[in-house]
Write a protein that binds this ligand. Structure first.
Ligand code: NAD
Ligand code: GLY
Length: 379
């Protein structure tokens, strides 16, 4: 087995809060046993809390822990429950208690091993425990490998709004073992594909075409296709974050589909649809808005929506309606002076941000979600 890995850097420029710094994204196949070596090279503190969930613990976190032991670290494992409904302040509070009980102080580090829920929550614990300890991300879902582990957004949900509590806190490194994807449930593969389609839609037409051409193999999934896609998405994300780490503007492009998607997640109490499924619907609605508001060619919208429908998101629960989605969109972090600001697309591969379509168009686009022709995306 080839255990070589590739590495590229995320370079965050200096701003008024900190000087310039960089961190590596290491990717490879079957490389978990090398984790301790990389952590050692990058001077991670020796006392480490490995935060993971029960699904990932025996599969992968135990290997990370063994590798840390082999390289002279002193790791403890902290388990959090799996699932978006547990990405809460209560869970963070339990993590703080366990860190305290195990005697972790400011000289400790946190390693998140799992999907985006573990990564976001463990990262937030790292950003806040003793005012901040170093952390590393070991993403084990497709979604986390292409998106959430990179860029330093960490945080938790509130009952009425998604990711409303959090910080920008960059990891010391990201360590991606593509082999972990072999145990991923089909539903989670599709959720990851939703974020990958987003990258194509907002930044990279060629990637979009590659996904469209290979969608059958990707859904299978043929994991041989993933390394190239993961590196491409990480590098797209890195280039956005390097230009606007703290989302004062441009980084908002990454939010295409998310204003509507996050509203759907909050309304369904984070327990019916995965994040990827919610943004699949979100991108359909926001593609429709993009036709009306940004002149997205209708043919592009149609192609995007048909590709999204290939991800077969489960039906929207009947308990939610278009009016509730519209109202809940106002908890979005991009809202300014009470006005919605959306991240839409002008064309496939050309994202835009800070768009405020007419209320009438927004409502019309959301309503479309509840009609038979929702995947048509036309005006
Ligand atoms: P998740 O973390 O809930 O993981 C999905 C499921 O897969 C969980 O049950 C987990 O236990 C299981 N799992 C993880 N790895 C596995 C593996 N290799 N084999 C088998 N099972 C495995 O979901 P997700 O899609 O990874 O992450 C979604 C979260 O990411 C959301 O909270 C979303 O808001 C967040 N997110 C954050 C950012 C960011 O920039 N910080 C970006 C995108 C999404
Ligand atoms: N996933 C959105 C961001 O990282 O900005």
């Amino acid at each position: 087995m080839d255990r070589s890995f590739s590495k590229f850097m995320v370079n965050i420029p200096a701003d008024e809060r900190s000087s310039a710094f960089s961190y590596p994204i290491v990717t490879g196949h079957d490389i978990l046993s090398m984790f301790g070596s990389v952590a050692s090279e990058l001077h991670l503190p020796k006392r480490v809390a490995v935060i993971t969930d029960p699904n990932v613990q025996n599969l992968y976190a135990s290997h990370v822990q063994s590798s840390l032991l082999n390289f002279g670290f002193r790791p403890d494992t902290i388990l959090i429950p799996s699932g978006e409904e547990h990405k809460t302040l209560d869970t963070v509070r339990n993590v703080y208690d366990k860190l305290h009980e195990a005697g972790f102080g400011r000289d400790a580090a946190i390693v998140a091993v799992g999907g985006g829920v573990v990564g976001d929550l463990a990262g937030f614990a790292a950003a806040t425990y003793y005012r901040g300890v170093p952390f590393a991300q070991v993403p084990t879902t497709l979604l986390a490998q292409v998106d959430s582990s990179v860029g330093g957004k960490v945080g938790v949900n509130l009952p009425y709004g998604k990711n409303l509590i959090g910080a920008f806190y960059q990891p010391r490194f990201v360590f991606i073992d593509v082999k972990t994807l072999t145990t991923l449930a089909e539903r989670e593969v599709r959720s990851g594909l939703a974020e990958i389609i987003k990258y194509g839609a907002i930044l990279d037409k060629e990637l979009f075409e590659m996904i469209a051409d290979n969608i059958d193999a990707l859904l299978k999934p043929d994991i041989k296709l993933f390394p190239e896609i993961i590196e491409r998405c990480c590098s797209l994300k890195a280039s956005v974050v390097e230009q606007d780490e703290r989302e004062s503007g441009y980084r908002e492009v990454l939010n295409f589909g998310h204003t509507v998607g996050h509203a759907i997640e909050a309304l369904t109490r984070y327990s019916v649809l995965t994040h990827g499924e919610a943004i699949t619907y979100g991108m359909m609605v926001e593609a429709h808005m993009s036709v009306n508001h940004c002149g997205l060619p209708q043919e592009d919208a149609r192609r995007l929506c048909s590709l999204l429908m290939r991800l077969s998101p489960p039906p929207l629960p009947e308990i939610i309606d278009d009016h509730q989605i519209y109202q809940t969109m106002f908890t979005d972090k991009k809202v300014r002076s009470g006005s919605l600001r959306l991240s839409l697309i002008n064309a496939i591969g050309e994202g835009t941000f800070g768009e405020t379509p007419d209320e009438h168009y927004i409502k019309q686009s959301i309503r479309k979600l509840f009609t038979k022709e929702r995947d048509a995306c036309g005006p």
